[in-house]
Design a protein around this ligand. Structure first.
Ligand code: R5P
Length: 285
């Protein structure tokens, strides 16, 4: 097996190759002055099982992924697995109003057409997995997040809402602590209270886990309320640290610690999704 990492996923592809105990194949990936992408595979991949790792966000990284897949497929590999650690456009997973593109399915269709198998990590909605049109599996990084939170002494792991409590449960089962979800209750026209459904946050190290942190609004509101309820320390942890509009500064103001995985590389990427991906690759699909 050989791994090729695109420019958005250098960190994760190295960790994944290390975990799998395989080599990173040589590839030249560069941009022309007009920002168009150039890809050339430098190793002989004939008959190899090739794993291409590239987050498809922002748009130019999606194009890079498609070009790497094309270049790899022309070398005659035995198989090509496309690992899309963070799939851009995954949140537009249906037609919310008539006439819209279903972006998640459109992107999935194109990536899937150039691969034998696709792996994603904590994709926003698993219902789009069939749009890859190939063997496709979504893995979770919540166990890796749970291990990190255990080392940070988390007493409880919370999800921002009931619908995503499974993520908190998986992380907490790994960390060996309790889990819960934040319940919203409208107090008056201006105030919405967010409280753990059953746990008392007072005096506890509390972690809030989410798949994506974008503006940070969801986590910041939760952190402020948990602090007011007496939480000793608030840790915000997510798989995909998208961080739009100065979110990191705002989140670091509201939380004691902010961490994410390496599906989107940033200074908060202290956790690797490599183990979860390596286990899935080992299962062979
Ligand atoms: C929502 O469905 C997602 O799971 C996240 O909770 C959401 O994307 C977070 O967005 P923001 O950081 O902008 O509150």
């Amino acid at each position: 097996m050989l791994v090729i990492g695109g420019s958005a996923s250098g960190m994760l592809s190295k960790s994944l190759a290390g975990t799998l105990g395989c080599k990173i194949a040589g590839a030249e990936i560069k941009r022309f002055p007009d920002r168009e992408c150039y890809v050339k595979i430098k190793d002989n991949l004939k008959g190899e099982d090739v794993v291409v790792v590239q987050t498809s966000y922002p748009d130019e990284c999606l194009v890079e992924m498609l070009l790497i897949q094309d270049a790899v497929s022309r070398t005659g590999p035995a198989s090509l697995t496309a690992v899309v650690p963070y799939m851009g456009y995954a949140r537009q997973d249906k037609m919310f109003t008539e006439g819209e593109a279903v972006s998640a399915r459109a992107v999935a269709k194109h990536i899937g057409s150039g691969a034998d198998r696709v792996l994603t990590v904590d994709i926003h909605n698993v219902s789009v997995m069939d749009a890859f049109g190939k063997r496709a599996e979504n893995v979770t990084a919540m166990r890796e997040i749970g291990r990190f939170l255990q080392a940070e002494g988390a007493d409880a792991i919370l999800s921002p809402d009931k619908g995503s409590v499974d993520r908190a449960r998986i992380a907490a089962e790994t960390a060996g602590c309790r889990w819960d979800f934040l319940e919203k209750r409208r107090i008056d026209g201006q105030t919405v209270e967010m409280k753990p459904k059953s746990l008392d946050a007072d005096g506890k190290v509390v972690a809030i886990v989410d798949d994506i942190i974008a503006t940070g609004g969801t986590i910041i509101k939760a952190a402020e309320q948990l602090k007011a309820q007496g939480a000793k320390k608030i840790i915000a942890a997510c798989t995909h640290g998208l961080y739009t509009g100065g979110a990191v500064t705002k989140l670091q103001g509201a939380c004691d610690l902010l961490v994410s995985t390496d599906t989107l590389e940033s200074p908060t990427s202290k956790i690797s999704a490599a183990m979860a991906l390596s286990e899935a690759l080992g299962r062979g699909g």
